[in-house]
Ligand binder design. Structure first.
Ligand code: GN1
Ligand code: MG
Length: 365
């Protein structure tokens, strides 16, 4: 048992002695440990997470958001007759009442209860499960529909502002800090040809044609916990980026990840495409729970949203590659470039399949 982790977990308001710890490797941003605690023979499990303060510059507001949002969700879940211990995350304060713990060298940790008898998925094995994922994210959006949006902090300003992401990539190209621009000429050209697409959503927000809602903003499939017994999507996790946003971000992001036929860092691009059956199932599930509250304009743009979100993420991966990989965790040297290429392949594939995707949305709405 790592002594540092033991003393950090002991600073949180939990009973018992930590007995084992393991690292959870999912997620590109924070570092997560699963800790088992023994309280006089009773075992309990917690997740301890080191907040990435390069990404989340202000842990105070981040944790305030999370405590507020989960308190709000718990109340809704209770009112709906659900189980607040399983259907949202339960964060624990430190013994002295803080929302997170800061070590002597400035590292920030938070702690929450591990949801037992549940699993997360990194890829899809059945359309039914992906339909369930759509229901879960749609339901999450509905639960937060009347959350007081003005009280939410922007934990990462302009997170899904694709237009600004594009401008920021252009600066990274100009600065060429890691001396890599010469290797990525084709990728840059591909993205520049699609400059117009990067302001599709920002223009519609400015003109008031798309409503800003409380959204999750990081709807990767592995941010849903499924119940082991029922296979229902019970709990949406990774609440760091719950901020004002568009329903289209959440829809598009989940499709670009979950309906892709390959992993995010697949080198063999011939394996990368968008699975229309999965798209169909997710759209059904999502519209079942969230459809009632969407405007016609939002519905009309659902089909194109995965393209915009893939393009945006390609821009972010490429920018990070050009900056020398400082944002996304990497396991091998050109991983951010490989990730960029996968997203661009998805953009290309979605462009071909767009008419079919539009047909599917018309059919299921
Ligand atoms: C990051 O932490 P994780 O892996 O759920 C990122 C998302 C990206 C995703 C790509 C705060 O999500 O925006 O879509 O990687 N989160 C943040 O895999 O930047
Ligand atoms: Mg995550």
């Amino acid at each position: 048992m790592n002594e540092e982790i033991r003393s950090i977990i002991n600073s949180f308001d939990i009973q018992g002695e930590p007995v084992s710890v393991s690292v959870i490797t999912d997620g590109h941003i924070n570092r997560t440990y699963r800790v088992e605690v023994d309280d006089k023979g009773e075992k309990a499990k917690y997740l301890l997470q080191r907040i990435n303060t390069f990404v989340f510059k202000n842990p105070d507001i981040l944790m305030q958001n999370i405590f507020n949002v989960t308190r709000f969700l718990k109340k809704k879940i209770r009112e709906n007759g659900g189980d607040e211990k399983r259907e949202t995350l339960n964060f624990i304060k430190t013994k002295d009442g803080s929302n997170y713990f800061k070590t002597a060298d400035g590292e920030c940790y938070r702690c929450y209860v591990f949801v037992d008898d549940a699993y997360a998925l990194n890829s899809i094995d059945s359309p039914e499960i992906f339909c369930e994922a759509g229901r879960a994210f749609g339901n999450f959006q509905n639960l937060l529909a009347d959350y007081p949006i003005d009280t939410l902090f922007e934990t990462i300003p302009d997170f899904h502002n694709t237009k600004k992401r594009y401008e920021s990539l252009e600066s990274a190209i100009k600065n060429d800090r890691a001396n890599r621009v010469s290797q990525v000429k084709d990728e840059i050209e591909f993205i520049r040809k699609r400059k117009e697409d990067t302001h599709l959503f920002t223009d519609l927000i400015e003109s008031g044609e798309l409503p800003v809602r409380v959204t999750h903003n990081d709807t990767k499939l592995n941010n849903i916990l499924f119940d082991k017994k029922t296979d229902k999507g019970i709990c949406v996790i990774d609440l760091d980026t719950v901020m004002p946003g568009l329903s289209l971000y959440d829809f598009g992001d989940c499709i670009r990840y979950g309906a892709s036929t390959a992993k995010e860092d697949e080198r063999d691009l011939s394996l990368v495409s968008l699975d229309l059956n999965l798209f169909d199932s997710y759209a059904k599930g999502y519209l079942e729970t969230a459809g009632g509250s969407l405007t016609q304009k939002e519905k009309d743009l659902l089909a194109v949203s995965p393209k915009i979100l893939s393009l945006e993420l390609a821009i972010r991966f490429l920018e990070d590659y050009l900056n020398g990989d400082e944002y996304f965790k990497t396991d091998f040297p050109d991983q951010n470039l490989v990730r960029t290429r996968v997203q661009l392949k998805l953009v290309e594939d979605i462009e071909k399949k767009l008419p079919q995707m539009e047909e599917i949305i018309k059919k299921v709405q």
